[in-house]
Design a binder for this molecule. Structure first.
Ligand SMILES: [Mg+2]
Length: 213
């Protein structure tokens, strides 16, 4: 695979924005079961703002770090609470992980996935098993890095990441939330997928789609 360019990263944000817009109602319905039914709206707002902001950058002069930092700022401006600071931190970390690079290698992109997951986990202070988006992001990043260490190409690493994210999302059905609004529901949240884990799968599926041959 040729290097991932600023243009590719802009396409990634566009794809995520289009996909979250399509998935908005499903994500709101999931959130409605255990929260305030706004997760799909927040994700659509955040990613459409991020996609718009990065598409206004000049691909001739912007570098990957600027793309991620611009996305972070726009996402946070659009979504001040809950998932806003989590994804903003994720993008800032991704930007820091590729600082100084003009384009990204497959290894760099695996580092980006790891940085996104780490940022979300650090900012939200959630651990695996607490019924949050970390339950999808953390195993996805781990699977992606493990696949890369085995020498698999990026597309296969992202396929592994997606599989792990989906399994992690499914596992949230059997969890009682420890964080966020749904924690007040206790056992009533059992049997329902966490909306943040569901949207994480959407984002990771876009990464997989865009960077698969
Ligand atoms: Mg909500």
């Amino acid at each position: 695979m040729t290097d991932i360019t600023v243009k590719d990263l802009i396409s990634l944000f566009t794809l995520i924005a289009e996909t979250t817009a399509r998935e908005k109602e499903r994500l709101c319905e999931l959130d409605g079961v255990i929260g305030d039914a706004d997760h799909g709206i927040a994700m659509e707002l955040g990613f459409s703002a991020a996609a718009k902001a990065v598409s206004e950058l000049d691909p001739a002069t912007a570098d990957p770090t600027l793309v991620f930092n611009t996305a972070a700022k726009a996402f946070l401006n659009a979504v001040g609470a809950s998932s806003g600071p989590l994804y903003a931190t994720a993008f800032m970390r991704a930007g820091a992980a590729v600082k100084g690079k003009v384009s990204l290698s497959e290894d760099d992109m695996v580092s980006v996935v790891a940085a996104l997951a780490r940022g979300i986990q650090d900012r939200g202070k959630a651990e695996i098993g607490e019924k949050t988006m970390v339950d999808a992001w953390a195993p996805a990043a781990k699977a992606c890095e493990a696949a890369r260490q085995q020498g698999l190409p990026l597309a296969a690493c992202l396929a592994e990441a997606l599989k792990a994210a989906e399994a992690g999302m499914e596992a949230t059905k059997d969890m009682i939330a420890a964080k966020g609004r749904s924690s007040r529901l206790g056992e009533r949240a059992l049997g329902h997928v966490d909306p943040g884990a569901a949207s994480a799968v959407v984002v990771i599926s876009c990464l997989h789609t865009l960077f698969s041959p």
